[in-house]
Design a protein around this ligand. Structure first.
Ligand SMILES: *Cc1c(COP(=O)(O)O)cnc(C)c1O
Length: 398
């Protein structure tokens, strides 16, 4: 099919939920992708913080292929080795005791919402179903996760949303205290707000929320869908703060591009679910858990996590240098390989001009450009990205 054919059929047959760019991606290798016209791009979007190993990683492909030839799916009526190994690795390398597998970030959040309600139902009684989430957050598109997403632009037209959700201000502990009562069952927050504009949590804020939740037996849920699995230079972003939640949601990077999500919980909270309480046909599928098992193994045992940490520091330094050079860059923020620059010129122009010059970027919120490259990105590749970015910034500022 020709490039225009693909684009035309795309708009004819696919439901109109995304403003896709007018290019057709064809293949990738490492941090690079090529489109149908043979144009090469550096990819600092990485499937929106998903492609941990970039593209075409031979060992990753081989691991998935091997599993496909053995058994690719069997439902949770039967158990397989890949799902058990992945669960063991995640538990043994975290502060959690149990894991539930699903297929996406929004599903991991639904599972977390349900678990917190069931826990409170058993421990506090029927009315204790209120959840506090943060304004400017993003937790997904299904109705529960959408309700906890504290941004009206995503919710408009989809009401009635689920009852019992209240919104506090991110990084403002007093605003949480005002909303907490004896019916609060959970508090949900991102360690770094991703879609909301790459806003890291303050340590003191997380410490206070942790203390409050412990005192009042409120389930503390961290949405690490974007920040988890090495993105910030640690396996999970909350490790940087030395604060662990009761429940955590994962997805994006977990499978390196094969769809998989997970909810992890400490024993006491995990016990709230009994057989029949929650389920997923695809969740923990042997193909997806093989992919995720390979990703986590490469992070921990093949230097990928260490690379993410070092390259993250380097990227930050390079972006700070740009801030000194370009007055319209107002802020640089983020953790590890999840960085953002806040600008007071049009972000759409920067993204468009970067693309024309061979660099894929994605926005976050209204005024932030996000950098979430594959975790294998090298310093040389970051230098190359900065060069292209500067070209795009020079064009965009005019
Ligand atoms: C992307 C994202 C989600 C939703 O994940 P999906 O896989 O798109 O459902 C939830 N929370 C955060 C923090 C995210 O970045």
């Amino acid at each position: 099919m020709s490039k225009t054919g693909v684009l035309e059929k795309g708009s004819k047959y696919i439901m109109n939920t995304y403003n896709s760019f007018p290019i057709v991606l064809k293949k990738g290798k490492g941090v690079y992708v090529w489109d149908e016209d043979g144009k090469k791009y550096m990819d600092f979007v990485a499937g929106i913080a998903v492609n941990v190993l970039g593209y075409g990683d031979e060992k990753y492909i081989e691991a998935i292929k091997d599993q496909l030839e053995k058994i690719h799916h069997c439902s949770n009526l039967y158990i397989t080795e890949p799902v058990v190994s992945l669960a063991e690795t995640l538990v043994e390398n975290s502060s959690f005791d149990k894991v539930f597998f699903c297929n996406s970030g929004t599903e991991a959040m639904e599972a977390a919402i349900k678990l917190s309600r069931k826990y409170a139902y058993k421990n506090k009684g029927e009315g204790a179903s209120e959840i506090i989430s943060m304004k400017n957050s993003f937790h997904g598109r299904t109705l529960g996760a959408l309700t906890t997403t504290g941004q009206e632009k995503y919710q408009k037209g989809f009401g009635p949303l689920i009852p019992g959700i209240k919104y506090a201000i991110y990084n403002d502990f007093a605003s949480i205290e005002e909303l907490v009562n004896e019916n609060t069952c959970g508090i949900i927050l991102e360690v770094v707000q991703g879609e909301g504009g790459v806003n890291p949590a303050k340590k003191e804020y997380l410490e206070k929320v942790r203390k409050l939740c412990t005192e009042k037996d409120i389930v503390l849920i961290f949405d690490e869908v974007q920040t988890g699995v090495g993105r910030t230079g640690k396996l999970f972003a909350h490790e940087i703060y030395g604060i662990s939640p009761d429940v955590m949601a994962l997805a994006k990077g977990l499978g390196g591009g094969v769809p998989i999500g997970a909810m992890m919980a400490k024993e006491k909270f995990a016990l709230a679910f009994s057989p029949g309480d929650h389920a997923s046909t695809f969740g923990g599928n042997p193909m997806a858990t093989t992919a995720a098992g390979h990703i986590v193994d490469r992070l921990l045992n093949d230097g990928v996590l260490k690379n993410a940490e070092e390259s993250g520091k380097y990227l930050r330094k390079k972006l700070e240098e740009l801030k000194d050079k370009y007055g319209f860059i107002k802020d640089v923020r983020g953790l590890g390989l999840m960085q953002g620059i806040e600008v007071d010129i049009n972000t759409g122009d920067i993204i468009k001009n970067a693309m024309a010059n061979g660099l894929l970027l994605v926005g976050a919120g209204a005024s932030v450009i996000r950098f979430v490259p594959p975790l294998i990105v090298t310093k040389e590749e970051i230098d190359e990205m900065i060069e292209i970015l500067e070209k795009a910034l020079d064009i965009s500022k005019n």
